[in-house]
Design a protein around this ligand. Sequence first.
Ligand SMILES: [Zn+2]
Length: 321
Amino acid sequence: MTDDKTRVLYILGSGRNGSTVIGDVLGSAPGFGHVGELHWIWDRGAGENRPCGCGEPFADCPFWQKVLQGITDVTPNDAAERAGLRYATLEGLAPFRLARRSWAQRIRPQQRSYLELTERLYRSIAEVADLTVIVDSSKRPVYGQAIMRLEGVEVSVVHLVRDSRAVAFSWRRKKVNPDRPDGGLMARYPAWKSALGWAVWNTMGEYLRLRNRSRFLRIRYEDFVREPQHVLERIGEFVGADLTAGLTGPREVTPAPNHSISGNPSKFDTGAVQLREDREWAVVMETKDFWITTALTWPLLVLYRYPLRKHAGRGKRTTGH
Ligand SMILES: [Zn+2]
């Protein structure tokens, strides 16, 4: 029995992989709730007071205030310290430390403190929202690895992959982010940088999967957009629940309102969302960027069954929506 454990459905993968919309849909199932990219809670949430998915600034969101009250020794003033703990735990050599079998003996006190805090955070969320499963779209492999080490948390991982060229194209585009305190643009990266990030994070995802096969399910974002029903059924089988509540048409989703941390600006959209395959990148992406990205990511592109050439952009051009 795992009744005493908090269940987390963790979405792992690169940036710009569609995790916000998929997290929103998974979190719409009865007993499920999407909390966004939870690992940012101490800096972007408590520290910078960015808006929650409900639209309220973090400090004014009754849900998060209640969750923090459930962790009695945490006050907003601790936010910077907690964020510091997060960095100390998840950056640098942490992946290698956490991968060792003897990690528990070697882990530093501040890392242990962060992991304990995180475990209590999940428990408090589940209690306040009365959830059976918390959907966390933090995406980072290292954070995923860290929470899989928590004794009181049972983690199932959806490794969400998306074509690296589509991801690189998305990182190049200008995108306003109302989530930022200055109302500014989301970060933009050159193709080589997002391609390397994609390769590193997905390779780490594969490494973790090899060590925890039964807890991993790999999903392609493109398959979700094309056949959401089918993909939601696969994930549902994986976690033992019906996850199709957010699906309101063959390719239409209507996510339930949520209290999500950080994530794509689309989290503020309410109402029905039409899923469509965004193939714009295959038509207008600069050839140089396309080949740089393909060259840096091809082994995993092959593994994930993405064509290495831009074939869908030729002759089969879709209308320009
Ligand atoms: Zn909220």
